[in-house]
Design a binder for this molecule. Structure first.
Ligand code: MN
Length: 203
């Protein structure tokens, strides 16, 4: 079964004014689709990879044949990262975190405001294209960044949330103002979904 771009779980304009409709169309329909097409093309060369979930390919990149390993890393990463990204946002999202993730954020960062500030500062500094992530490592929440489409799965971590700081994610609306995009993005987050992911990350 070939990999597929999942449909956006809300309307393309639903995250306005924080993320504009045109960006959502390009990002979901063009960029994500291109990662999926490239991943499928690599897998066609190695049909033994076809029944493995994309997360599994990233977790065990060493098991992917060398001639397609970089393609799978970049495009499998792009597919998995974006699939998460659409799900952890929602219309009328944001606000204070809820559930267990709220308690853990308070425990590990002092307050939601302190966490957000550190996440935004860390992610704003990611040089070039990449992602900012929240992971759970050794019983603690940690903020990390990755370059390109590298995924926390590649380091053995389950991503609880991640924000895309490739220019394609924000440039039409925010141009070079990455910090403004990062600040606005919190108005889209879906804490119910992030709590589900925190539960998976805790296992
Ligand atoms: Mn992207």
């Amino acid at each position: 079964m070939a990999h597929e771009v999942p449909p956006l779980p809300y309307d393309y304009a639903a995250l306005e004014p924080h993320i504009d409709e045109t960006t959502m169309h390009l990002h979901h329909d063009k960029h994500h689709q291109a990662y999926v097409n490239n991943l499928n093309a690599a897998i066609e060369k190695h049909p033994e990879l076809a029944n493995r979930p994309a997360e599994d390919l990233l977790r065990k990149l060493d098991s992917v044949p060398e001639d397609v390993r970089t393609t799978v890393r970049n495009n499998g990463g792009g597919h998995v990262n974006h699939t998460m990204f659409w799900q952890i946002m929602k219309p009328k999202g944001g606000g204070e975190p809820t559930g267990k993730i709220a308690d853990q954020i308070k425990k590990d960062f002092g307050s939601f405001e302190d966490f957000k500030k550190l996440f935004n500062e860390t992610t704003a500094k990611q040089f070039g294209s990449g992602w900012g992530w929240l992971i759970f490592d050794g019983g603690k929440l940690k903020i990390i960044t990755t370059a390109n489409q590298d995924s926390p799965f590649m380091q053995g971590h389950f991503p609880i949330l991640g924000n895309d700081v490739w220019e394609h994610a924000y440039y039409l609306k925010y141009q070079n103002r990455r910090p403004d995009y990062l600040a606005a993005w919190w108005n889209t987050v879906n804490w119910e979904e992030i709590n589900k992911r925190f539960e998976l990350a805790s296992k």
